[in-house]
Design a protein around this ligand. Structure first.
Ligand SMILES: Cc1cc2nc3c(=O)[nH]c(=O)nc-3n(C[C@H](O)[C@H](O)[C@H](O)COP(=O)(O)OP(=O)(O)OC[C@H]3O[C@@H](n4cnc5c(N)ncnc54)[C@H](O)[C@@H]3O)c2cc1C
Length: 477
């Protein structure tokens, strides 16, 4: 690598995923010169191998499921999905894995893009190893923001690499549906990809470890309803099962489980968690542990390093694009305030410099049929945090849900703090509930008192009327 002179910017961002892009957007808007370093595609995991392609695969699946619940329409959607057309639309949503549009966007905000692997080389210094072997040193006058995201975690199974297992990347970018697919895991990626590929023509077997069932981080009924639906859709769902060995014999993957089963498939997807992409970013040069998540304070600054921020997946607060972008807005404001010498007030009334929602108001949608959507604390989490709470449970059975589809099946839970009379968490499970969760986010993040919630009138006839059932059930019990 040939070395050139160092170039100085106010802010150097490592990683141009959705989060790095948003940090750069905010620091540029504040008039700070900003460099952004990217080793793969500008837009990150979300645009090419995560949110966008997965939701593009799932949207026709969910739209068809909705149509099938409507007499008069159901017969028109009896045929299997046209997998080739679904995959082509997915390819359009990933811009065919080209980042020209996003590069233009970076240019438009006036940030300088450096292609290559970024590595810290001591405080405020980033070395960029370009794809053509050239090297650059970037110096940050104020801040380096690490936004390098996360990658798929694979279990330590002997010979796994030779099997060429799918991770979330292959599961979202595959060019055709494998005949038989084993999905290992029971979290969000596992249930979404099992839903998508089963509907696109694969015969899916899910292997889920432990007895926590699916979607273990959500309220238990979410996993139960999704499991029921996956089984109905033809997925062979096996819980309490671990994979002990995997081999590839010719084109066939053979997985042996701890229960002694021998399963054959064309592909095997490991959806078994995420690891931080910090193994090779020079953390050791600033006294931090390579390969570790980067804990931060509420302004997204790394503990003990006043010039270093870690934003998005890499800080392990909430591995979601919308939450990472929220953090980016906060970090950008904090970086700009500190750069101009404005103290960040501890008692900042609007929380402009503190990502407080990360602690107790994170929304998430799982795009399965039924959808599972939640915000804030589950009952178990609220109890663990020592809030005095009560769970209010209702079936989603209102005029809006019956109209939405025949045989509509869904449930809702509201976790009420009995001391403050506010809502600590909400979970909805049912077709179409993803679009409803923002109402709950407003309630939880805004700490709206239950007494005021009665005056938030849900329109008739929509599924939102479930809010009335939740309030009535709370009042009457
Ligand atoms: C299958 C799947 C589906 C998902 N669906 C959703 C969803 O529907 N909604 C949602 O909110 N979230 C979803 N997520 C989570 C979401 O993808 C992440 O939370 C989000 O991508 C995090 O953004 P980020 O910018 O922190 O990291 P990333 O998107 O991972 O971007 C990090 C960037 O940094 C670059 N980089 C890494 N190291 C270096 C280096 N040393 N030098 C230069 N560049 C580097 C990478 O190439 C990458 O471009 C999904 C995740 C998966 C796996």
């Amino acid at each position: 690598m040939t070395q050139s002179d160092s170039i100085t910017y106010d802010v150097v961002v490592i990683g141009a995923g959705p989060v790095g892009e948003n940090v750069a957007d905010r620091t540029r808007a504040a008039g700070l010169s900003t460099a952004i370093v990217e080793s793969e595609l500008v837009g990150g995991e979300c645009s090419y191998w995560a949110c966008m392609p997965s939701k593009a695969l799932l949207r026709p699946v969910l739209a068809r499921a909705d149509a099938r619940r409507l007499p008069g329409l159901a017969q028109a959607v009896r045929e299997p999905l046209d997998a080739a057309a679904v995959l082509a639309r997915r390819d359009a949503f990933t811009s065919h894995w080209k980042d020209d549009g996003q590069v233009q966007w970076v240019e438009g905000i006036g940030a300088d893009l450096y292609r290559g692997q970024g590595r810290l080389a001591g405080p405020r210094t980033v070395e960029v190893a370009g794809p053509d072997g050239t090297g650059r040193t970037l110096t940050a006058r104020h801040v380096v923001a690490v936004c390098t995201g996360s990658g798929a975690a694979l279990p330590h199974l002997p010979g796994l690499a030779e099997v060429r297992p799918w991770t979330s990347r292959e599961a979202t970018s595959a060019e055709s549906a494998p005949g038989r697919l084993i999905v290992v895991g029971g979290g969000v990626v596992a249930v979404e990809m099992a839903t998508a590929w089963q509907a696109l023509g694969s015969r899916v077997t899910m292997l889920v470890r432990g007895d926590g069932g699916l979607l273990a981080r959500m309220e238990p009924f979410a996993g139960e309803l999704v499991a029921e639906a996956l089984t109905e859709a033809g997925v062979d769902l096996r819980t309490g099962v671990s994979v002990e060995s995997v081999t590839r014999e010719g084109g066939t993957v053979v997985a042996v489980t701890d229960t002694g089963d021998r399963l054959e498939a064309d592909e095997i997807l490991f959806a078994t968690g995420r690891v931080p992409r910090t193994g090779d970013i020079g953390l050791d040069t600033v006294g931090l542990e390579p390969g570790s998540w980067l804990p931060v304070d509420d302004s997204l600054r790394v503990d003990g390093h006043d010039w270093l921020y870690a934003v998005g997946d890499v800080n392990h607060r909430a591995l979601l694009t919308h939450q990472g972008k929220y953090q980016a807005r906060i970090a950008g404001a904090a970086i700009a305030a500190r750069a101009s010498g404005v103290p960040i007030l501890e008692s900042d009334p609007w929380g402009a410099h503190a990502a407080t929602a990360d602690h107790d108001a994170v929304p998430q949608v799982v795009f399965t049929d039924p959808e599972a959507a939640s915000v804030g604390l589950s009952l178990a989490e609220a109890e663990q945090a020592r809030h005095r709470v009560r769970a209010v449970d209702v079936d989603i059975a209102v005029a809006g849900s019956s109209l939405y589809g025949d045989g509509y099946k869904g449930r809702a839970r509201m976790v009420v703090d009995l001391e403050d009379e506010i809502v600590r968490g909400v979970t909805f499970v049912g077709p179409g509930v993803g679009e409803m969760i923002h109402s709950a986010t407003v309630v939880v993040a805004g700490q709206v008192p239950i007494s005021r919630l009665w005056h938030a009138v849900p329109p008739y006839p929509t599924i939102s009327e479930v809010w009335l059932r939740l309030l009535e059930t709370y009042r009457d019990n």
